[in-house]
Design a protein around this ligand. Structure first.
Ligand SMILES: C[S@@+](CC[C@H](N)C(=O)[O-])C[C@H]1O[C@@H](n2cnc3c(N)ncnc32)[C@H](O)[C@@H]1O
Length: 229
């Protein structure tokens, strides 16, 4: 599949998610693993932050409160996610939302001091190219923080592959870290971010076999990979 075909498939699929209201709904699921990352990022009031794959914009809202003298740019390949993010967070005047794909970021080089991406990177058609793009738009000394729940070292997410409507990369922590280094990042490191959310006694959703698997998934935690320019 060509890159433009892959991007079009992603756009259509995530527009469908947005129209189903799932963009806003993801805040509840992703907030417990994202808050510890915001602490690790040690944001400064005047940071310029990129949120790649921003969905309906809830994280950009949190970021904008933490960088009152800086700028927040939420970017997403789904125009419907971006439309909703703009509608949801119109009042935040240091924040804007832009339609764009990670593999060709529509932004000048050396602008951002931090980049974050939550639960998006495994969908990127060419993650190595996307990381090079993130490096390009980061300023010297800036850092990138990629958080994902779908990765090889956590066996309790592998069954998601059957549910995805678009291709997704199931890579190990070491493979992601190597990709960061190959892109040109330094100080590359990875760690797990456990999800402390209590698990109900029974589980009827479609992503996990049962409550026990959901518990094991949350204990294993999300994968955080970071690197510096
Ligand atoms: C699972 S959602 C997560 C959204 C948001 N980060 C959150 O946590 O609520 C994945 C998001 O990544 C976006 N996405 C997927 N591939 C992308 C790409 N190549 N470039 C930019 N965004 C992409 C999707 O449109 C979708 O909004």
């Amino acid at each position: 599949m060509s890159e433009s075909d892959s991007n079009e498939k992603l756009r259509v699929e995530f527009n469908r998610w947005a129209e189903s209201g799932w963009g806003e709904g993801m805040e509840e699921d992703h907030l417990p693993i994202t808050l510890p990352v915001l602490d690790l990022m040690q944001l400064l009031p005047d940071d310029n932050v990129l949120d790649m794959g921003c969905g309906a914009g809830w994280l950009a809202r949190l970021l904008s409160e933490r960088v009152p003298e800086g700028r927040v740019v939420g970017m997403d390949i789904s125009d419907e996610m971006v439309r909703r993010a703009r509608r949801n967070y119109v009042a935040f005047d240091n924040t804007m939302f832009v339609i764009g794909g990670a593999d060709e970021i529509p932004w000048d080089a050396n602008f951002f001091t931090r980049a974050i991406s939550v639960e998006s990177a495994y969908y990127w058609p060419d993650p190595a190219r996307a990381l090079r793009e993130i490096l390009r738009v980061l300023r010297e000394g800036g850092s990138a923080w990629v958080l994902i729940n779908y990765y090889r070292d956590n066996p309790h997410c592998h069954q998601w592959a059957e549910q995805f409507a678009t291709p997704a990369h199931l890579l190990s922590a070491e493979e992601w870290a190597a990709m960061f280094r190959d892109a040109g990042f330094t100080n590359v490191a990875h760690r797990r971010i456990a999800d402390p959310t209590p698990v109900p006694e029974s589980y009827t959703g479609r992503w996990f076999r049962d409550a026990a698997q959901l518990r094991a998934f949350r204990e294993a935690g999300a994968l955080l990979v970071r690197g510096t320019k």
